[in-house]
Design a protein around this ligand. Structure first.
Ligand SMILES: Nc1ncnc2c1ncn2[C@@H]1O[C@H](COP(=O)(O)OP(=O)(O)OP(=O)(O)O)[C@@H](O)[C@H]1O
Ligand SMILES: O=C(O)C1=C[C@@H](O)[C@@H](O)[C@H](O)C1
Ligand SMILES: [Mg+2]
Length: 433
């Protein structure tokens, strides 16, 4: 039996981790869960090509409206929201549902103080789910704080029919902290808001973001005395509801919550050109930090049972890059670790996307120095390329793009390899502190 998450971008999705952890804890060995990068235009043909073994899909952006269009049946809730995040195979076709709404209700309910007014920050698709969830929790008045008034007006129009018992008004995003609503639901993307101006008091702040937790908003809300609920709780709750629809059984919530918490912790990732010291320094760093060390080149070679050079020679670079991207995404969405990437991995867009939210250390080595370090090594397919200087320049640009920290990988004359490795490790530790 198969399930998957669909969307674009999709490399960051933690749905595979959640569903696979559920299969593992319940012994559902016949189930597998994958991810597919798809846009709305791809969705109909993707579904048309599937066999009966495909049981369900989680859909994320930008497919939540298309989810309803391709379905043979739409639940009342998904129709009301105008958006779905779930497709389940039934005897008569695909049924579209929305588990984001009951998921948000489940995430908020344990901390809910019986409030009847609330603030929703943002007026996009997630804001609709928020309004439906608040309606379910007994809220009668919502203020939508949005940057674009036209978007808030659309939401108000929609709410007039979708939630007739709920009064929705709009205000400028800049005034949310002054609004004083006891419950604040932020549907804004990471970095769109901090907690500036939030007054001390009780009440609740929900931040839909889960990467890079705690977010500036979560931090400010917690120090102002609010109860803070993170996007991870929503991700977990909506996934549990999907899991049950796909498989008919429910995994242990605590096990999935722990797996998610570990996966969300930012990984320390070493990038840089051949010979920059990614493996040497990454390994030392991991031992300093008491974290496992993963070298993705070593991981790929071990799981393929062949060296990287053999994979290149037998199946070509493109094939290797696909294996590499899959391996990296799995590691970045898994347990805490220090991770070294192969020098060319950042050339793959999905890898660059998957690095968002992690602590990426660029070990910056000069071209001549890199060749001096690795030049004699015949096991490196890339060294044979005639355009090596251009490749170096292009990759340096990408390392800079993904890095959150840059550390020069140059030593002093007369230094031994070991001395340099120790010095680089200290530099990286200091830069990360
Ligand atoms: N200062 C140095 N002097 C001489 N050799 C060095 C020095 N630093 C590293 N090396 C050698 O360079 C090679 C690359 O180091 P390391 O494996 O840590 O880099 P890397 O960034 O992981 O490279 P890659 O993954 O591309 O092989 C190793 O064989 C190491 O022994
Ligand atoms: O990141 C993800 O994998 C998901 C995020 C949300 O959109 C969910 O609604 C969706 O089911 C899966
Ligand atoms: Mg290495």
């Amino acid at each position: 039996m198969k399930a998957a998450v669909l969307g674009s971008p999709i490399a960051h999705s933690l749905s595979p981790l959640l569903h696979r952890t559920g299969y593992a804890t319940l012994g559902l060995d016949e189930w597998s869960y994958q991810r597919f990068e798809l846009t709305a235009a791809d969705l109909p043909s993707f579904l048309a090509g599937l066999d009966e073994s495909w049981r369900g899909f989680s859909l994320t952006m930008p497919l939540k409206q298309a989810c309803l269009e391709v379905a043979d049946e739409v639940t009342a809730l998904a129709a009301r929201a105008g958006a779905g995040n779930t497709l389940v195979r039934t005897p008569t076709g695909w049924r579209a549902d929305n588990t984001d709404i009951p998921g948000l209700v489940a995430a908020l309910r344990p901390s809910w103080g019986g409030w009847t007014s609330a603030a929703v920050l943002g007026a996009g698709a997630t804001a609709r789910s928020a309004i439906l969830a608040l309606d379910e929790l007994g809220v009668t008045a919502v203020t939508v704080y949005a940057r674009r008034p036209a978007q808030a007006d659309d939401l108000i129009c929609w709410a007039a029919t979708a939630t007739p018992g709920l009064r929705v008004t709009a205000a400028d995003l800049g005034s949310w902290a002054a609004g004083g609503e006891p419950a604040v639901i932020s549907t804004l993307p990471a970095g769109a808001i901090d907690g500036t101006g939030i007054a001390p008091g009780g009440g609740l702040v929900f931040d839909a973001v889960y990467a890079g937790w705690p977010t500036p908003l979560a931090r400010a809300a917690a120090s102002a005395g609010r109860t803070v609920v993170g996007g991870a709780e929503l991700l977990l709750a909506q996934a549990l509801l999907q899991f049950e629809q796909f498989t008919g059984v429910r995994p242990d919530t605590e096990v999935l919550r722990r797996a998610l918490a570990a996966a969300i912790e930012p990984k320390i990732v070493m990038v840089g050109f051949m010979g920059a010291g990614k493996t040497t320094v990454g390994r030392a760093l991991a031992s300093w930090l008491g974290r496992p060390f993963v070298d993705t080149d070593e991981l790929i070679a071990a799981s393929a049972g062949r060296s990287i050079a053999e994979i290149f020679a037998e199946d070509g670079e493109q094939f290797f890059r696909r294996l590499e991207a899959e391996a990296i995404i799995e590691v970045l969405t898994g347990a805490p670790a220090v991770v070294s990437l192969g020098g060319g991995a950042v050339g793959t867009r999905a890898v660059r996307e998957a690095l968002t939210g992690h602590r990426v250390v660029f070990l910056d080595v000069g071209y001549d120095e890199a060749l001096a370090r690795v030049g004699a090594d015949s096991g490196r397919p890339v060294l044979a390329r005639p355009d090596l200087p251009e490749l170096y320049a292009a990759r340096q640009q990408l390392y800079r793009e993904v890095a959150t920290v840059t550390v020069p990988s140059t030593g002093e004359p007369g230094q031994t390899h070991q001395e340099l490795a120790d010095q680089l490790t200290s530099r990286v530790l200091a830069a990360l502190a």
